[in-house]
Design a binder for this molecule. Structure first.
Ligand code: MN3
Length: 200
């Protein structure tokens, strides 16, 4: 059973004006699709073809000789997760229990946003910024290229894609504006809270 590109969880124009249909057309329809196609080609006729993305990511994360498989499998997973981290009319305040955790870990939502944005803006080159649960502790991290928290034993709660293809059509070089818009207008806090409840 080959890996398939999951449909977006909302219509392509549903995140406008914050993320354009054109961006999602390329980012989901071309970039995400390419990772799916590459992964299928790389694992074809191997035992990995019948494994889950999670199994493949964990098995290849620390094996240099499998970096092609890791990069494509992780990018398939990361993008599906990223789409779910957003929703139309997103942003606003996290639900109560998650808000309490964020307050305890970062000193409030505004401070969390500052630190998350700082991680996203200072990831040099391509990569991702994350909110993770690390043994029950909330932490902000950033990773290069395809690397994701699963590879380091952490549970991903929220991510933003900071590869240029994620924002160039809408924001050109203004990554800080993209990340601020993501935090203020797009984050699906209910999805984040659901990830936290599964992690605990
Ligand atoms: Mn991307």
């Amino acid at each position: 059973m080959a890996f398939e590109l999951p449909p977006l969880p909302y219509p392509k124009n549903a995140l406008e004006p914050h993320m354009s249909a054109q961006t999602l057309d390329f980012h989901h329809g071309k970039h995400h699709q390419a990772y799916v196609t590459n992964l299928n080609n790389l694992v074809k006729d191997t035992p990995m073809a019948s494994q889950s993305l999670e199994q493949i990511i964990k098995a290849t994360a620390k094996d240099e000789s499998k970096s092609g498989i890791f990069n494509n499998a992780a990018q398939v997973w990361n993008h599906t997760f990223f789409w779910n981290c957003m929703k139309p009319n997103g942003g606003g305040n996290p639900p109560g229990p998650l808000a309490d955790k964020i307050n305890a870990a970062f000193g409030g939502l505004d401070k969390f946003k500052e630190q998350f944005k700082q991680a996203a803006v200072t990831q040099f080159g391509s990569g991702w910024a994350w909110l993770v649960s690390d043994g029950g502790q909330l932490k902000i991290t950033k990773t290069p290229n395809a690397v994701n928290p699963m590879a380091q034993g952490q549970t991903a709660l929220l991510t933003v894609d900071v590869w240029e293809h994620a924002y160039y059509l809408d924001f050109q070089n203004r990554r800080p504006d993209f990340v601020q818009t993501f935090l203020d207008k797009l984050v699906n806090w209910e999805f984040v809270a659901g990830n936290l409840s599964k992690a605990a």
